[in-house]
Design a protein around this ligand. Structure first.
Ligand code: F6P
Length: 534
């Protein structure tokens, strides 16, 4: 059990105290081989973790923490379909979605067959739409996809579509809409033409308010031009709730499956990724899956300390539980990866933002960090000030593709130089002695340094590299959950707000006030009612 009563936890805490005066630059000074020794490779990605506040002794303690939590065994349990999502009594089989059928675990043949069939349908649907064989009601080919979903049914495919923009082919565009705020769907529909638009409704449950309302609005919009009998030519659903989709008029043959063994935030590998297959081609989608599968294999096979997801997980725990870091920032130095922090935010915070342990107790240690970030170099002119001189300890991942998809070398050289300069500046800092001018501002220009970071580099932002990168973070989050003794696969915390939203909506719509509505909220509702158009 983690926490202050655990002897290993205490050993790590003692080790942290002993290391409190240690400077990263001195560690490099003392070990000329540190940069080479503290890096590892997996599935086309390279992790340089040498700029972390660790020594070989730290790594030994990490290793004991992994052993104490039987990590390799836990990984096996997840991949082989045990009910690791124990509160909902389900497996978590996102890895199966990207495993080639011939390599799937022997006990999961039925599930692997279902996945293969779904991929075949995705390939055929994407092919038909791309070739113009799938037409709208008046025989014109589809030119626009509107993908409706929220959370995992939205963030993943939208991020991937953007990250892999150089691989987009053909002339089909996709707009991704999530928010119940109609400012978005209104604008998207105004720029779309019913005859050539296909709506994808992605919702595992098909009960999600935002997606249902947006779907209804989009269908009403279709109906303005499309004869009722032909509406189904313009609708596809991805869901585990076929009846729910059928009630919206989606034809049975246009419903693609989701399974209860795939969590929403792990679902971009399922038919939720259909818009990617349509706009970027199925081959690109398959390559994304293959990249993730390569990381899965590494995760399953690589021993400590060569296991990249385990290394990231342990470094995170080191900072969150032993150095007081409250947040973790993801800093991709690639404009196309600017949506990655938002995807990882859901992945990490919805998975590990938990307070109840496996044993059903309240934990007495911190769990999931606040995950945030943004693209470099933009962040340097916004929030990096706090990273360099602020009072908060933030753990950091720099992400850097080495080869761009453009040939503007000057731009790319500057991008790379800036990325590397940031991690170096955070580590080195600037001492008072180095500041020889302007005595008045000396202390303001002092930079403490010794701020650690990881750097993940890879050759090019290919579908394979992106797949591996996303899978890396999925597995990191899993490892941390195992060490924190929490279930990363449920999300009960989102329920209460949804229930209260219903009663406030009823109140707005004229029902009596629910006794659970407090005076402050009641007053705010009243402000709204007074201003609401009827
Ligand atoms: O409210 C949280 C959540 O359940 C996420 O876990 C999920 O990704 C999202 O809502 C969307 O759910 P669905 O795909 O069922 O519409």
């Amino acid at each position: 059990m983690p926490g202050t009563h655990d002897s290993l936890w205490q050993a790590l805490s003692t080790h942290q105290s002993r290391m409190s005066g240690v400077r990263l630059i001195d560690l490099f000074e003392a070990d000329g081989d540190r940069a080479r020794r503290y890096q590892l490779s997996a599935a086309g990605l390279r992790l340089d973790y040498s700029k972390n506040l660790i020594t070989d002794e730290t790594l030994n303690l990490f290793s004991r923490l992994l052993d104490a939590n039987t990590l390799p065994h836990r990984v096996q349990q997840m991949i082989e379909g045990e009910r690791v999502n124990f509160t909902e009594r389900r497996p978590a089989l996102h890895t199966l979605l990207r495993t080639r059928k011939s390599k799937s675990p022997a006990n999961l043949k039925d599930e692997a067959e279902a996945v293969a069939q779904c991929l075949a349908r995705m390939e055929s649907i994407a092919g038909a739409i791309r070739s113009g064989k799938w037409t709208g009601y008046d025989g014109r080919p589809i030119r626009k996809i509107i993908h409706l979903g929220i959370g995992g049914s939205y963030l993943g495919p939208r991020m991937v579509a953007e990250a892999l923009s150089p691989y987009q082919s053909g002339d089909i565009d996709c707009a991704y809409v999530a928010n119940v705020d109609a400012h978005h769907i209104d604008r998207v529909l105004k720029h779309s033409v019913q005859e050539t638009t296909l709506i994808i409704i992605a919702s595992k449950t098909f009960t999600t308010l935002e997606t249902r309302l947006n779907a209804q609005t989009a269908i009403d919009w279709l109906k303005k031009r499309v004869p009722a009998i032909d509406i189904e030519k313009h609708l596809i659903a991805v869901t585990a709730n076929d009846d729910g989709a059928a009630q919206f008029g989606v034809a049975a043959e246009n419903i693609l499956p989701m399974w209860d063994w795939v969590g929403g935030r792990y679902s971009l590998w399922s038919a939720v990724g259909l818009p990617i297959a349509i706009t970027h081609g199925f081959k690109t989608f398959r390559a994304l899956l293959d990249g993730a599968a390569a990381m899965d294999l590494h995760f399953e096979d690589a021993p400590w300390p060569d296991n990249m997801p385990m290394m990231l997980a342990l470094l995170g725990i080191w900072y969150h539980n032993f150095h007081g870091a409250q947040s973790h920032a993801v800093l991709p130095y690639d404009h196309r990866l600017r949506l990655l922090p938002a995807h990882l935010q859901q992945l990490d915070m919805e998975s590990n933002g938990k307070s109840a342990t496996t044993e059903g107790m309240a934990n007495n240690y911190d769990t999931g960090p606040i995950v945030w970030g943004g693209e470099g170099t933009n962040g340097q002119h916004a929030f990096h000030q706090l990273l360099h001189q602020g009072t908060r300890f933030v753990s950091l991942d720099f992400i850097l593709p080495l080869v761009p998809h453009h040939n503007m070398t000057e731009h790319h050289d500057w991008l790379v130089a800036n990325c590397l300069a940031q991690s170096q500046a955070l580590m080195r800092g600037r001492s008072i002695e180095e500041i020889d001018d302007e005595p008045r501002t000396k202390s303001h220009r002092y930079m403490p340094g010794n701020r650690p970071s990881n750097t993940i580099v890879f050759d090019k932002l290919t579908p394979e590299a992106l797949g591996a990168l996303i899978a890396l973070y999925e597995h990191k989050v899993f490892c941390q959950a195992m060490i924190w003794h929490i279930n990363p696969f449920d999300q009960y915390g989102v329920e209460l707000g949804k229930i209260m939203g219903e009663s406030i909506h009823d109140f707005i719509s004229g029902a009596d006030k629910d006794p659970s509505i407090d005076p402050s909220t009641e007053q705010l509702v009243q402000f709204y009612k007074d201003r609401r158009k009827h």
